[in-house]
Design a protein around this ligand. Structure first.
Ligand SMILES: O=C(O)C1=C[C@@H](OP(=O)(O)O)[C@@H](O)[C@H](O)C1
Ligand SMILES: C=C(OP(=O)(O)O)C(=O)O
Length: 422
């Protein structure tokens, strides 16, 4: 087992960290560009495992995908009639849940597979919904095959999206191209990660689709998806771990190009860090700066809408004074790994005091010690362990390479930030 000795600091960090593009926005822009009525150019495209799997998958169905030779983050996308092909989903929720609907619009069989670990991620809801909308699909989890016919009827469908917002986004993104559009009604416990559905709706509207939401159902009218030259915002969920480093060390971290308005749930990290005692300010030119407190305060918070931030917040809570409660995140058991179990196990392995609850974690801040931090192939476990390692000497991260899922340069960026502590 190879491990990475994550750097620890004895003085505050003071760094500017420029983040590459958002995974969630990149993968939506790629799909909308692939289904559009003309060619588009995407700038600031995230190039990472999850987004390269999306690029490859769309190319496998016939879409023209051309990264600029001198700048792979600028990608020209040329729509073409979709045909059958093989798709590797890796461990990417956005690929395995957004592309089955695209596959139904292809003329031919589209075969989906992915990492062994991906086979246990919830998926059948989106496949059942597509069957209800007229698709022919073999299988209910990876591997599965969509027998595309070049068209999908669409219409009304009811889903229980309480396990993942991606079930709704995955139907909405392609729905303007269904013959009758779609009306999706959610029936079940509350849908998590609603800002991610708002991101889908906003981007569809920007591409000219007619989308409405009445509080219970989302409707997309049939019609063309306009070609848009998308400019991708920096990934604010990845920014969160770096900003949290300022909070954990009493230091200062700035992130350029912080959007004034965004649907990225990662933006909520500033409010969370403020609740824990940090200050956050954005300058007129978009530089977001977090300054850490002397001591971190415990927090009691519902993360249902922003579950992606949980590993970062859990690591901070383990360093804070007092007992924290993170609620509303039972659905994290179906993320890259069971994140509640993984966080409890790994923080406790370092001497922490974490208990799993029905819908989250109770974390008491106690002194932590050196040890190996396991990542379970989960990029956000790797970044959470590194955050602890910044203040707890001797934390070794197993399989830090898993950060390539959304941030291939994580190690060098983190080492540079740690090096800023004088
Ligand atoms: O649509 C998206 O881009 C995402 C939605 C969320 O999924 P869940 O609703 O499954 O939490 C989020 O956690 C994931 O990282 C990205
Ligand atoms: C849950 C996540 O990813 P995915 O898109 O694979 O669901 C995540 O990035 O935190």
């Amino acid at each position: 087992m190879s491990t990475w000795p994550s750097p620890s600091v004895s003085t505050p960090v003071d760094a500017v960290v420029d983040l590459p593009g958002s995974k969630s926005i990149t993968n939506r822009a790629l799909i909308l560009a692939a289904l559009a009525d003309g060619p588009s150019q995407i700038t600031g495209t995230l190039r990472s495992r999850d987004t390269d799997l999306m690029l490859d998958a769309l190319a496998a169905m016939g879409v023209g995908i051309s990264p600029a030779p001198d700048d792979p983050t600028t990608v020209d996308v040329t729509p073409a009639p979709l045909h059958g092909g093989r798709i590797d989903c890796g461990l990417a929720g956005t690929v395995m849940r957004f592309l089955p609907a695209v596959g139904a619009l292809a003329a031919g069989d589209v075969e989906f597979d992915g990492d062994e670990q991906a086979r246990s991620r919830p998926l059948h809801t989106v496949l059942d919904a597509l069957r209800d909308l007229g698709a022919s699909i073999d299988g209910s989890s990876l591997p599965f095959t969509v027998h595309g016919t070049g068209a999908l009827a669409g219409g009304p469908v009811t889903v229980d999206a309480s396990a993942s917002s991606q079930f709704v986004s995955g139907l909405l993104l392609s729905a303007a191209r269904f013959t009758d559009g779609v009306t999706i009604t959610h029936d079940g416990p509350p849908v998590p990660s609603m800002p991610h559905i708002e991101m889908t709706v906003d981007m569809l509207r920007e591409a000219g689709a007619a989308v409405s939401f009445d509080g219970a159902s989302w409707t997309v009218a049939p019609g063309p998806i306009r070609a848009v030259d998308w400019a991708i915002e920096p990934d604010l969920s990845n920014a969160a771990a770096f900003l949290a480093a300022a909070a954990a060390t009493g230091g200062r971290v700035s992130v350029p190009r912080w959007p004034t308005a965004t649907t990225q749930p990662g933006a909520e990290i500033t409010t969370i860090l403020e609740l824990m005692g940090a200050t956050a300010a954005r300058s007129d030119d978009g530089l977001l700066t977090v300054t850490g407190p002397d001591r971190l305060r415990a927090i009691d918070i519902d993360l249902h809408d922003v579950g992606e931030l949980t590993p970062t917040v859990a690591a901070l809570a383990a360093l804070a004074d007092g007992a924290s409660t993170l609620r509303g995140i039972a659905h994290l058991r179906g993320h890259e790994t069971d994140r509640l179990a993984a966080l409890a196990t790994e923080i406790n392995r370092l001497g922490g005091d974490v208990t799993e609850t029905d819908d989250g974690l109770r974390i008491v801040g106690v002194p932590l010690r050196a040890g190996v931090w396991h990542t379970y192939a989960d990029h956000r476990m790797a970044t959470a362990g590194s955050l602890l390692g910044l203040v707890v000497p001797g934390v070794e991260i197993e399989n830090v390479a898993t950060t390539s899922k959304t941030l291939p340069d994580f190690v060098s960026m983190w080492e540079t930030m740690a090096g800023s502590a004088s």
